[in-house]
Design a protein around this ligand. Structure first.
Ligand code: TEU
Length: 560
């Protein structure tokens, strides 16, 4: 496997070329030099297919066309060609656990119980002995990811259909071989067009337990947890192996497959990415981004660094010989890391952003840099619920409000947790809409763009951007960073994160102060003093001291 790749992307928020306030393919094409300058190997493009945009394009109504908001197939081909000319690959988002309710397959499926496509989705009668439409009559007790039940009653036939996400995202029935064939055919069509692979949305949910059992009750809700029946179902490995055979096997190109897998264990990830099993290249798992959550994602609590070490450490050890993981803080579903795990106050924003980046890139796996992360973009300021656009956020507001929650308290829970923190426009410069659009942006630009933007950082050798450039260059150049064995140090330290990477007698030590409290490095890790500094984030500062780990100080050292 070609290592050291990194991938940004939400098209809607990246760059707008035509002034309609929505980012588009031509906008991305115009910024390819920025990606090349950063050293990006691969771009993961969030969905650009035709879609009613109920869930930011994760609700697809035509898998073989581009949504007019983003452009045309010709523009897509031009983007692909220009990216390839710079040595950048493009990976498409593949959303095949569900379609849009406007997809012709679903329109046909819902038309009658005897439709030839009825079985392409999950249709069920009301719970036995209950009238369809009454609360609790849903076929199972499962809660949707986006609030409410996982079942929607369809008046046409009086049956319910399954939707793990929004009611406009009905789940495809992968038990049906025609569904699988149609998906594989569509995937081959994109590969023939030249795309370099797929990031597969919630791919661990395509196989469900066919008897659809109720899940354990979720405290404080009328629902149950359906994940036991819908994650890693009995035929998942069979389906992934079949997909590999039908779509990827025998192609010469160096293709990439990433499986997004909420709830994956190390053992499951190992099976899915064991090259001998020919399923997927790498997993994209969620354990570390749930460590600061309580009962739900809206129950935000501070991260304990020892929990992060335990989690990352277990994944590094579990996939040490077989399997491959993605390394990420930010993506289109996550609040901004510098606000969440770092410190976005003026004093520490640059240092904490570069510290977190160093920590992540030091691990074994494929690092992802999400658009704007490379300049330390932070969570936005949200003054009202009306500022949000994300369906997960808005459905939660509706549900919490209906249950009588105080609107100010609801707003307070959204601020650190909403996915829209990731979806404010990329901050290209200090002008009115951050250089993102000449029109009115579809979602508000973060007011901090006047200071935090690409233009301000491009020539600054100590910027967050420059630090990402250096980290990526190191990942390209250094085999120990790419492949070295991982050993966690100081597992119980509450603030300092340290580990080594070793390969063929060469050892790198990565040490990061994930706090503003200085620590005597000479006492903590004597071996770290006096060694060759490969890359640091504060060594250019006048107060830098070899023997003291300053606030948010991060160093990669080569041990002698
Ligand atoms: O996300 C999968 C997923 O499990 C999310 O619901 C995640 O738990 C949530 O965003 C955390 O806040 C994928 C996509 O990345 C996401 O954008 C889509 O909304 C979702 O699938 C449905 O396609």
């Amino acid at each position: 496997m070609d290592l050291g790749r990194r991938l940004p992307g939400v098209p809607r928020s990246f760059a707008d070329s035509d002034g309609d306030g929505i980012g588009d393919l031509e906008g991305i094409r115009g910024k390819l030099d920025h990606l090349a300058d950063l050293g990006v190997d691969v771009v993961w493009l969030s969905p650009v297919y035709r879609s009613p945009q109920d869930d930011n394009g994760y609700d697809i109504s035509d898998y073989q066309d581009i949504d007019p908001a983003f452009g045309t197939l010709d523009q897509f081909d031009a983007l692909l060609a220009d990216a390839h000319a710079r040595g950048i690959k493009i990976v498409m988002d593949l959303v095949v656990n569900h379609t849009s309710d406007e997809h012709p397959w679903f329109v046909e499926s819902r038309s009658s119980t005897v439709s030839p496509k009825r079985d392409w989705y999950w249709w069920r009668d009301a719970r036995e002995g209950m009238d369809a439409g009454t609360p609790g009559a849903e076929p199972t007790n499962w809660q949707s990811f986006f609030s409410g039940p996982c079942w929607e009653l369809d008046e046409t036939t009086g049956q319910y259909y399954l939707h793990l996400f929004s009611r406009r995202q009905p789940d495809l029935n992968w038990e049906n071989a025609q569904v699988r064939r149609a998906v594989y055919e569509m995937m081959r069509w994109w590969l023939d067009r030249g795309v370099d692979g797929f990031r597969m949305d919630v791919i661990n949910m395509i196989s469900k337990q066919p008897d659809l059992p109720d899940g354990p009750p979720i405290p404080g809700t009328p629902y149950g947890d359906g994940s036991v029946a819908t994650f890693f179902g009995p035929r998942l490995h069979e389906f992934l192996a079949e997909m590999h055979r039908e779509v990827f096997a025998g192609r010469d190109a160096d293709l990439i497959t990433v499986g997004e897998m909420p709830g994956a264990t190390v053992e499951q990830a190992r099976l899915v990415t064991d090259p001998a099993r020919a399923e997927l290249d790498m997993v994209f798992q969620f354990e570390h981004v749930q460590l600061d959550q309580g009962a739900s994602k809206w129950d935000h609590r501070p991260l304990r660094l020892t929990d992060l070490k335990a989690s990352f450490g277990r994944w590094q050890a579990g996939l040490a010989d077989v399997g491959w993981n993605s390394l990420y803080w930010d993506n289109h579903d996550q609040p901004r890391a510098v606000s969440r795990f770092g410190d976005d106050s003026p004093a520490y924003r640059r240092d904490s952003a570069t510290c977190l980046a160093t920590l992540l890139h030091g691990h074994r796996g494929t690092p992802y840099v999400y658009q704007g992360e490379e300049i330390g973009m932070a969570n936005s300021t949200w003054s009202s619920v009306r500022d949000f656009r994300d369906i997960e956020t808005l459905n939660h507001v509706a549900e919490a409000t209906a249950l009588g929650a105080d609107p100010e308290e609801v707003l307070a829970t959204l601020r650190p947790a909403s996915r829209d923190n990731a979806r404010t426009p990329v901050q290209w410069d200090a002008t009115e809409h951050a250089g993102f659009t000449t029109g009115t942006p579809w979602i508000g630009v973060n007011p901090d763009h006047v200071e935090w933007n690409v233009a301000a950082q491009r020539e600054d050798p100590h910027s967050v951007l420059a630090h990402h450039r250096a980290l990526i260059a190191l990942r390209h150049a250094d085999r120990t960073v790419q492949l070295g064995d991982f050993t966690m140090l100081l597992p119980d330290h509450e603030d300092v994160y340290a580990f080594t990477r070793s390969l063929d007698g060469d050892t790198l030590l990565v040490v990061c102060n994930v706090s503003a409290t200085p620590y005597p490095l000479a006492e903590l890790l004597p071996e770290a003093v006096g060694d060759e500094l490969v890359l640091g984030n504060r060594d250019h500062l006048p107060d830098h001291d070899d023997a003291v780990l300053g606030p948010w100080d991060a160093r990669i050292l080569r041990l002698r």
